[in-house]
Design a protein around this ligand. Structure first.
Ligand SMILES: [Zn+2]
Length: 212
């Protein structure tokens, strides 16, 4: 029987299919996901991911982190150590961020798979356009939550699906490396079940804080 890859519930129903893929929605956590049989093989996934790594995503990622740091420093001035999870910034773009006294560690499953980083805890974790690539979102979620210190911040950039009815026309599903799609209530569900507070979930930005 199919289960939701995020909350493991079996109350799932089809929402859409095209020539290549079938998509299902979970009735409990509202995750929309591609059926596992349609995933790209790791080599193809890495190649597509690498392409995105070289292009303008780097500037967007640097901007995302810089804006986030400004916001976090107004909320909590002593934010010092963070983890950029899933998509690494090049050294040239990382350096200016680190000059301000910030320690930013980076983990990427393909290009910087330093698993020991995931066993430490951080003042904040940021994930830029990463969640939509998760084949095993429940496992990745557990790793991320455990790597947050009490009171730490989690900032996620992923385009939120506003309603299941909009999925059929949503261009974001057309990229074959995008396999997990979240609605605002998916993050409400995750917050409730992980001792996190959901502060914000709109458009393509989600901010959460772990309980102190
Ligand atoms: Zn679910």
């Amino acid at each position: 029987m199919q289960h939701c890859p995020l909350c493991h519930h079996d109350a799932i129903r089809p929402v859409f299919e095209d020539r290549r893929r079938h998509f299902l929605v979970c009735q409990r956590c509202a995750l929309v996901f591609a059926t596992p049989g349609s995933y790209l093989l790791p080599a193809a996934e890495k190649q597509r991911y690498g392409r995105a790594r070289r292009d303008n995503k780097q500037k967007q990622l640097a901007q995302f982190i810089a804006t986030l740091l400004q916001q976090l420093q107004t909320l909590q001035p002593n934010v010092l150590e963070g983890l950029n999870f899933g998509r690494v910034l090049t050294p040239a773009l990382l350096q200016p961020l680190q000059q301000s006294g910030l320690q930013l560690h980076q983990y990427d499953p393909f290009f910087a798979p330093e698993h020991q980083l995931l066993r430490q805890q951080y003042d904040f974790i940021c994930c830029y356009r990463v969640f939509e690539h998760f084949h095993l979102p429940a496992k990745e979620w557990q790793i991320i939550v455990h790597a947050l210190k009490p009171g730490a911040w989690l900032a996620i950039s992923t385009p939120l699906l506003q309603s299941v009815e909009m999925f059929a026309k949503w261009h974001y599903k057309n990229n074959p490396t995008h396999v997990s799609f979240y609605q605002p209530q998916t993050f409400a569900y995750l917050a409730e079940h992980s001792s996190l507070q959901l502060i914000f979930a709109q458009k393509d930005f989600v901010l959460m804080q772990k309980a102190s």
